[in-house]
Write a protein that binds this ligand. Structure first.
Ligand SMILES: NC(=O)c1ccc[n+]([C@@H]2O[C@H](COP(=O)([O-])OP(=O)(O)OC[C@H]3O[C@@H](n4cnc5c(N)ncnc54)[C@H](OP(=O)(O)O)[C@@H]3O)[C@@H](O)[C@H]2O)c1
Length: 265
């Protein structure tokens, strides 16, 4: 990964930030993006203090023009793009019967359309370099989770998109990875949108018991190095995907009872 140019969308927090550090330690030239300028600056300062070659580009993945500008900025600065990690994402937590449909639209705009836009504008360089397109999906992209209609739908859509992209690019040497973390400690649940579109502000789960963002990033890094097609993380995550495939009616009941134990908003 030495000297590879790696763009990580949503690199100012959680898994994206840990990925920036991991690739930076391997000698990659990293560009991180995000909407909040202060968080980006904070992340860049911390990474630079650890000797990592990193730059920031303020961009909202849900805006097509921002993604075009992001790709252009990376090419201007580094001359090319080798790896795009589509990591930026938001979640939600509300029953479908109650949720403002605008919440679902915002989640789809970020988690699905954001990946489409970023990939489209980075792809020409990635094809030239036989590089990698990575989508940070979720177990929720294989098995729908109650209270996360928009989130699960966005990740199912992402999985479909990545599968087609991989197949279309089969003879180009481009690598496409669908990376599906299980529950990972980060800010995602604090920022998840409730039924009226406000941030939840707290996690309904025990974050301390989850995989760390650093461990998750290490698994994703290794999967990119080995050019794997799919990565499914955590024992619980693998069991959920397996059970849903072979015994979906039991999976319905188990997922219902597991998610019903979450703390209320
Ligand atoms: N943590 C988990 O349990 C888990 C499990 C499975 C999958 N994932 C996936 O992992 C990815 C990273 O999540 P995380 O857990 O690390 O969450 P996080 O700590 O909340 O970080 C999310 C990052 O995405 C950025 N972001 C959000 N909306 C954006 C937008 N519209 N444009 C650009 N950047 C945006 C955020 O910065 P700004 O807010 O400043 O834009 C932040 O840097 C997501 O795709 C998520 O779905 C997470």
């Amino acid at each position: 990964m030495k000297n590879k140019v790696v763009i990580i969308t949503g690199g100012s927090s959680g898994i994206g930030l840990a990925l920036a550090e991991r690739f930076g330690q391997a000698g990659s030239k990293v560009m991180i993006t995000g909407r909040n300028e202060e968080s980006l600056a904070h992340a860049v300062n911390n990474l630079k203090a650890r000797g990592i070659s990193v730059s920031a580009f303020q961009a909202d993945v849900s805006k097509e023009a921002d993604n075009k500008a992001m790709a252009e900025a990376a090419i201007r600065q580094y001359g090319t793009i080798d790896i795009l990690i589509n990591n930026a994402g938001i979640s939600m937590r509300a029953l479908f019967a109650e949720v403002d449909l605008e919440v679902v639209r915002r989640v789809m705009d970020t988690n699905f359309y954001g990946v489409l836009y970023a990939t489209r504008y980075c792809l020409p360089e990635i094809i030239k370099n036989k590089g990698s397109v990575v989508g940070i999906s979720s177990i929720a992209g294989f098995r729908g989770l109650p209270g996360r209609t928009g989130y699960s739908a966005s990740k199912f859509a992402l999985n479909g998109f990545l599968e087609v992209l991989r197949t279309e690019l089969l003879n180009t040497g481009v690598h496409v990875l669908t990376a599906c973390p299980g529950f990972t400690a980060s800010n995602i649940r604090m920022r998840a949108l409730t039924k009226d579109g406000n941030a939840q502000g707290k996690s309904p789960r025990v974050e301390e018991k989850m995989m760390t963002a650093e461990e998750c990033a290490l698994h994703i890094y290794k999967a990119i190095v080995k050019r794997k097609r799919t990565l499914i993380l955590t024992g619980q995550g693998r069991l959920t995907v397996w059970l849903n495939k072979w015994w979906p009616s039991l999976a319905d009941k188990l997922v219902y009872s597991t998610m019903a134990k979450e703390r209320p908003n």
